[in-house]
Design a protein around this ligand. Sequence first.
Ligand SMILES: N[C@@H](CCC(=O)N[C@@H](CS)C(=O)NCC(=O)O)C(=O)O
Length: 183
Amino acid sequence: MSFPFDSQKLTLYSSKICPFAQRVFWALDEAGISYHLEEIDLKDKPTWYPLVNPAGKVPALRLPEGEILVESYLITEYIADKYPESNLLPSDPLEKFKVRLFIDFFSNNVLRTPYQLLGTPDSEVPQKVAEIEKALTAFNDFLVKHSPEGPYFLGDRFSLAEINTMTFIERLDMAAKMSNSLI
Ligand SMILES: N[C@@H](CCC(=O)N[C@@H](CS)C(=O)NCC(=O)O)C(=O)O
């Protein structure tokens, strides 16, 4: 069995609804890289998809040479490294460390919070809301400490910090609206 790809450029296997995949869309767009897109229907994945990513998840990025990259955050790091003119990561090691720490903090503490409200029985909503508030307060404290100025994490400089967090922050609002117990 084979699978579709473009031998001349990057091929992105993705799903428009996936916040992890949106990280990679965004990084490629910011870097101004043209790519071939294969939209994957997550409810009815093509039989060939395990050849691309045995874990069955999107996103995956195939390089023209044939290597296939997985894990959204790591793919965005690859794009930043491969296309340094995109300025998606600072070159200064300490600044770079801070961006990575921010993403790590976010991934461990905030990333999953939008989903905690979906399908939660009414009786458990107050407990979930308390947990989410705690996570968001810790996130806010982190931002106040490490990035008091804004508007971006690195002040006036857009970077992987936004790309790897915003697609999930947007979903918090959506999750609150979908959770009928909250509105
Ligand atoms: N850690 C992965 C997570 C990717 C992920 O969970 N993707 C979901 C869609 S948002 C997926 O492909 N789910 C399909 C499945 O698990 O079968 C990443 O950062 O790329």
